[in-house]
Write a protein that binds this ligand. Structure first.
Ligand code: NAP
Length: 210
């Protein structure tokens, strides 16, 4: 596919672009100050900032191009409506790591049998927010208001354990992100499935994994 990539030089963007190009996609990087020109592209991808993403997505939709967005911390509802109006797709996922999405799914399944759980999320010290969005989503899926423990230390990337306790047994479900390349698998999957999605907004990688 011919892709426009907003934020291609960012930490996540640069790792993802390498994998997209290796998979055979042609990528046009769009940086701060560039015209948001996505003419002729099959899709646009955005990994920028919550301030920049809405304008980038709007510009792409106005040019008739569907979008895949990883930027977190913004509200996509209004632009989802614009996409629907134009018969285009807006796919937004707060976590593009397939392993993390499976970890949440398995935890939800385990919670049926183990009602007591606690969550430990561990991230690099650069991550300012705590608990992480993934930990909060996991807590909702598991139910029962599990305690969340947040660890911020150098040397960590992004890790999460869901520990279930029962009578005489423990079950631990753990996911480790060791590199930002991991997000590319989810982006590749979203691009592959984009045309099959209904027009308008779709949220979450779990909607694409059967
Ligand atoms: P980052 O390293 O700061 O990268 C952001 C990039 O976007 C920078 O290169 C920045 O350029 C560029 N940018 C800012 N405004 C722009 C605009 N108007 N047009 C084009 N490019 C623009 O941050 P990051 O760690 O890669 O994260 C980026 C976003 O992705 C964050 O919201 C993060 O939460 C999210 N993220 C999501 C996932 C997921 O799985 N969904 C995974 C990783 C990250 P300058 O440096 O020149 O300002």
């Amino acid at each position: 596919m011919k892709l426009a990539f907003f934020g291609a030089e960012g930490k996540a963007g640069s790792a993802i672009v390498r994998r997209l190009e290796a998979a055979g996609h042609e990528v046009r990087g769009i940086e701060v100050g560039d015209e948001p020109d996505v003419e002729g592209c099959d899709a646009a991808v955005d990994f920028t900032t919550p301030e920049a993403a809405p304008a980038n997505v709007r510009a792409a939709l106005e040019q008739g191009v569907s979008c895949v967005v990883g930027t977190t911390g913004w509200e996509p509802g209004e632009l989802g409506a614009l996409a629907a109006e134009k018969g285009l797709r807006l796919f937004v996922a707060p976590n593009f790591s397939i392993g993390a999405v499976l970890m949440m799914r398995f935890a939800q399944e385990a919670a049926v049998h183990f009602p007591r759980a606690e969550i430990v999320e561990l991230h690099n010290e650069a991550k300012k927010d705590a608990p992480s969005g993934t930990a909060k989503t996991t807590a909702e899926l598991v139910g029962g208001d599990p305690a969340i423990h947040s660890v911020r230390l150098p040397g960590l990337v992004a890790h999460q354990e869901v520990i279930f306790g029962g009578e005489g047994q423990l079950l631990t479900i753990r996911h480790d992100t060791t590199g930002r390349e991991s997000f590319a698998d989810g982006v590749l999957l979203a691009l592959e499935k984009l045309g099959e999605l209904p027009p308008g907004l779709t949220i979450g990688l779990e909607t694409l994994i059967s």
